[in-house]
Design a protein around this ligand. Structure first.
Ligand code: BGC
Length: 239
């Protein structure tokens, strides 16, 4: 039975837990503040500390808050510019002496929550705006809705990210979210929209029937799917 150290790198916290092959937790959930500046070196030091607390794992999965291709970081909008082209999978593997896989954080969160049937769109409301799309349980990698224009030349992240929530307040943020949900339906015709992330708790309107809130722990539980070749699919190569 392989055990997976699953890590969720976020804009405010780095979380980690060990999972069994079925994605069941077999350790406590540990978390540390995301260091500032959130450079690769500083985050790897945090991960090393978390891993030392947990121990007893055979492989590593990581959800990263940016676009990731084949273990390499393409973007890290809410961390540090030094992440660009950083080979996180190789560096984690060298640091912790185990094979490592890395995917976008919203993709990993989706893996922890989807039903595996039909068109499932995931959005995460945290520091940034995460998004991921799954067709019958297979993920389309790096759906980067965050930086696309949403309304009046503002992007989804500019209107729904942490800064928008702080700047505009909950009422306005909820209004924008309601509009975004409608717009995303007209764009994807999803069977289900799954909404996660720390700020989902601020939602104050009744969600349409096809929209469901998912727990934050999905961002860690989903890590086990990065080792499931059927779920990953031919195009979602992670290494
Ligand atoms: C990034 C996404 C990420 C999201 C949530 C956005 O700024 O572009 O890749 O999933 O933040 O962390």
């Amino acid at each position: 039975m392989s055990k997976t150290l699953s890590i969720d790198i976020g804009g405010s916290k780095v979380k980690a837990m060990v999972l069994d092959e079925a994605g069941q937790p077999v350790s406590s959930r540990e978390r540390m503040k995301t260091p500032q500046p959130a450079t690769p070196k500083a985050i790897l030091a945090v991960i090393e500390e978390l891993a030392a607390k947990l121990g007893g794992f055979d492989r590593i999965s990581t959800g990263f808050p940016g676009a990731v291709r084949h273990g390499v970081i393409e973007t890290a909008p809410n961390l540090d510019p030094l992440w660009k082209q950083f080979h996180l999978a190789d560096e984690l593997s060298a640091l912790l002496k185990r094979p490592a896989r890395v995917a976008n954080d919203a993709t990993v969160q989706g893996f922890g929550a989807i039903s595996g049937k039909g068109v499932e769109l995931v959005i995460t409301l945290g520091t940034g705006l995460g998004s991921a799309l799954f067709i019958d349980g297979i993920s389309l990698p790096n759906l980067e809705l965050a930086h696309h224009p949403f309304r009046a030349s503002n992007t989804y992240e500019e209107l729904l990210g942490q800064k928008a929530l702080e700047r505009e307040g909950k009422k306005k943020w909820n209004k924008q979210l309601q509009k975004a949900i409608e717009q995303l339906f007209n764009l994807f015709y999803y069977d289900r929209l799954l909404v996660g992330g720390g700020n989902a708790e601020h939602i104050d309107f009744k969600l349409p029937e096809s929209v469901h809130q998912i727990p934050n722990i999905a961002g860690i539980i989903g890590g086990v799917a990065l080792w499931d070749s059927a779920a990953i699919g031919a195009v979602t190569r992670v290494d």
